[in-house]
Design a protein around this ligand. Structure first.
Ligand SMILES: *Cc1c(COP(=O)(O)O)cnc(C)c1O
Length: 411
């Protein structure tokens, strides 16, 4: 089966309504929504009983190995509205040499997705729904990867996009965003400053705001990461998940996936311990977790090499913290030096080139082993949410002058 086949398949959906993630207030599906009127993220709800009756695990066997295999769990009503760039299932790669002997550590390598990051999952859904609901103009603040995914999917759908990023966003991100058809603006500030520009301009510009959790569907795309993980493990969950946490969509989405899978009886009540990993230079969720709070304060002077998790304020902070606490997980901040070391070790010893955010999860795992928060008997999944190739790397190599004798002995 090719990806194109999806556009001709029947596409049943079980969406019943949307719900305010804070108050539980109910809203109609099939209408445009941003935040709830109270200003909180909205969650998509399904008739899970009907879903469970109409779909069996075996039904999935013959479907293409992409996120649309979970179409019953997704909100797109008409197959012709699906905007796809080939969202492959991503492998679970064991690390063996850069972790203690005998430890089971699997890297979910999301760098294999279109546009080189798992932002493709969220934006594939957000853009498909934007198409279904008639959006023609969208805008987004981004640290790079989300903007790249929005640009690519929106261009494919014929939707015009405006993307705002901090001026020190990795150069490759800015180039890909522009090349993939978005209007790109560099802002001398952080992602929340970019978000403010989108928020204040959206009425005058007629923009649909695709910011993290400010529309309901990116989280449904990220949810497929949890469905896929459970399926890859034979319909069970690992003991611990380390997740590089910025806006938290992936963590919240996986948590939602596990609840939906339990509701239809495909997994039991066991949940992985969810670990929110941040950088020491930007750790609002870690601070709130340590202080026992449900909301995080905006982090001042945020800085880290892991640009994807340089998010000083997350509107879904309470959803992240609820999942971390309900799962008996924890939140962990790691230094840029430990991130770089983890990146060097995973690449040099296991041949796995992590992005800095992914390396942060390995650094956090190592620290948690040391502190006893996890044990080497735990089955652990680390999320590498982007391709390591998208980030600056140290200069390397030695020069050879082909006009002179090569000094092999010195190699
Ligand atoms: C966006 C991003 C993250 C953070 O993801 P959230 O789900 O928004 O917390 C982590 N790593 C990379 C590479 C990213 O692009």
């Amino acid at each position: 089966m090719t990806f194109e086949d999806n556009t001709t398949t029947e596409h049943p959906t079980f969406v019943t309504h949307l719900e305010c993630g804070m108050t539980g207030a109910i809203f109609k599906a099939d209408e445009l929504h941003q935040l709830s009127p109270e200003g909180w993220p909205m969650l998509v709800r399904y008739d899970l009983e009907a879903l469970g009756k109409s779909l069996s695990k075996n039904d999935l066997a013959n479907r293409s190995a992409d996120l649309w295999r979970y179409r019953e769990f997704l909100p797109v009503r008409k197959a012709e509205n699906i905007v796809s760039l080939g969202e492959v299932m991503t492998p679970l790669m064991p690390l063996s040499r850069c972790v203690p002997a005998g430890a089971t550590v699997l890297v979910k390598d999301e760098g294999r997705l279109p546009t080189g990051s798992f932002k493709a999952r969220g934006l594939a859904l957000a853009v498909s729904m934007a198409k279904e609901l008639g959006i023609t103009r969208a805008a987004m603040p981004t640290n790079g990867n989300a903007g790249a995914a929005l640009a690519a999917y929106a261009s494919k759908a014929g939707i015009e996009t405006y993307v705002f990023c901090p001026e020190d966003t990795p150069a490759v991100n800015m180039a890909e965003i522009a090349l993939q058809g978005a209007k790109l603006y560099r802002v001398n500030g952080l992602i929340n400053d970019c978000g403010k520009i989108v928020g204040e301009g959206k009425e005058a510009m007629g923009w649909f705001d695709v910011s993290t959790l400010k529309e309901p569907y990116r989280i449904e795309g990220k949810k497929t990461m949890g469905l896929e993980l459970a399926e890859q493990l034979g319909w069970r969950v690992p003991d611990v998940i380390f997740y590089p946490t910025g806006g938290g969509t992936g963590l919240i989405g996986m948590w939602k996936a596990f609840a939906e899978l339990e509701a239809i009886g495909w997994i039991g009540s066991k949940r992985p311990r969810m670990v929110a990993v941040q950088a020491e230079g930007c750790a609002p969720i870690v601070k709130a977790w340590e202080e026992g709070k449900r909301h995080a304060e905006t982090w001042v002077d945020a800085h880290t090499v892991a640009s994807g998790i340089r998010v000083p304020a997350a509107i879904g902070d309470f959803l992240i913290l609820d999942a971390v606490r309900q799962s008996d997980g924890f939140a962990s901040a790691v230094s840029d030096a430990d991130i770089e070391q983890a990146r060097t070790d995973a690449a040099g010893q296991d041949g796995v080139l992590l992005c800095p955010e992914g390396a942060a999860t390995l650094a956090a795992y190592r620290a948690a082993l040391e502190s006893g928060q996890v044990s080497s008997d735990d089955e652990v999944v680390l999320h590498n949410c982007g391709s390591g190739l998208k980030y600056p790397m140290p200069e390397a190599g030695s020069d050879i002058d082909r006009h002179k004798p090569v000094d092999y002995a010195s190699m």
